[in-house]
Ligand binder design. Structure first.
Ligand code: WQD
Length: 337
């Protein structure tokens, strides 16, 4: 697999994955519409890797421009990151999510088929797992979503499943991410949410920078060791390496496979706050507030399948994740500006 198209490559996970791919001498073509990312990311990827790469600022829904990318480049496989991903926003503007995430994916798949490119890795999420499952979640755990964002992920998984039944010459890998945090060791790329952060780690780093007052801990009455929500945090670089392993498996397998990408360990909100304070040597103000709608108490990955079939497992610790997130934020107080 020499030449890979990355949709949403200017995003947090896309940019880190591209660095890993460039480190492994893959040719990269990026498409991004900058709806939730900044052009500066492309410069940073070039600064870190020293590599040339092709970039197109297009929207997946622009079918003629998308087809042009496939006509202008030899593409062996696609990694599909592009999609809106704010859980709360998806509740208040569900049509925007269905149009962008579902229709965008259908345009991509149709264009791939038209150009005889039939290998794809899809960026899915642990949010597809229902609340009634035993912990840790296995790939065959029951699926049930609680937000339009999660439902778009589940719908796309179903589209890919049906595609592989109707057209057995496709190779598809679905990766279900748990909670990606951290940043590249250089501190040149990292998580740069638009507006007020939704997720815990960027909120923490902005509080430590003094940009935000303190953390609202969403609920301390969950059935966990300290009452706060537990998640499986995974370093974004470990997640990126998981994509490289998935791509390698894609090259000589037909059909569809699904893998959890997590650490297989859970940390509570208070565990993360305390670890972060120890790393940055700054006290983080927080207060308990009511639970956030749609949150589950515990989300932890069973990672045996990825280990056994992809030969991949996460290596970095929560301490690494906190240190790298903080380095990124200190070097980039206002993100990519
Ligand atoms: C983590 C924990 C919160 C913020 C979501 C999506 C998932 C993926 C990652 C897109 C929870 C608590 C958080 C805060 C808090 N997104 N928290 N105060 O909700 O597990 O996952 O983001 O791909 O698909 O579902 O991540 O970082 O928002 O929350 O107490 O200000 O931190 O309740 O327990 P989440 P998160």
């Amino acid at each position: 697999m020499a030449s890979v198209l990355i949709t949403g490559g200017a995003g947090y996970i896309g940019s880190h994955t591209i660095i890993e791919f460039l480190n492994n001498d893959l040719d990269i073509i990026i498409i991004d519409n900058f709806s939730n990312s900044k052009p500066e990311v492309i410069n940073r990827i070039k600064d870190i890797s020293g590599c040339k790469l092709k970039f197109y600022q297009i929207d997946l829904l622009d079918s003629s421009k998308l087809d042009g990318v496939f006509k202008e480049n030899h593409i062996d496989a696609v990694i599909h990151f592009a999609g809106f991903k704010a859980v709360g926003e998806s509740v208040s503007d569900s049509l925007k999510y269905y149009k962008n995430n579902i229709a965008g994916t259908l345009e991509l798949l149709e264009t791939m088929k038209k150009n005889d490119v039939k290998k794809i890795v899809f960026s899915s999420s642990a949010t597809v797992y229902g609340t009634g499952n035993n912990i840790p979640f296995k790939e065959n755990s029951s699926l049930k979503t609680t937000s339009p964002y999660g439902t778009t992920k589940l719908m796309i998984e179903q589209i890919l499943t049906d595609l592989c039944i109707s057209e057995p010459d496709w190779s598809v890998i679905i990766l279900r991410y748990f909670n990606p945090i951290g940043a590249h060791e250089s501190g040149l790329i990292g998580e740069d949410p638009t507006g007020l952060p939704n997720n815990l780690m960027p909120f923490l780093t902005q509080v430590a920078m003094g940009r935000l007052e303190g953390i609202k801990v969403f609920g301390n009455d969950y059935d966990t060791h300290d009452g706060t929500g537990i998640r499986d945090y995974i370093h974004v670089v470990d997640l990126a390496k998981g994509h490289l392993k998935a791509l390698q498996k894609l090259s000589n397998n037909f059909g569809l496979s699904i893998y959890n990408l997590g650490v297989g360990k859970g940390y509570s909100v208070l565990d993360v706050i305390k670890t972060f304070e120890n790393v940055v040597k700054i006290n983080i103000k927080y207060k308990f507030v009511e639970r956030r709608a749609g949150d589950v108490a515990v989300s932890i990955a069973d990672v045996n399948k990825a280990r056994d079939e992809l030969g991949w497992e996460a290596k970095k610790t929560l301490l690494d994740m906190c240190a790298d997130s903080w380095k990124w934020q200190k070097l980039n107080p206002n993100g990519y500006e």
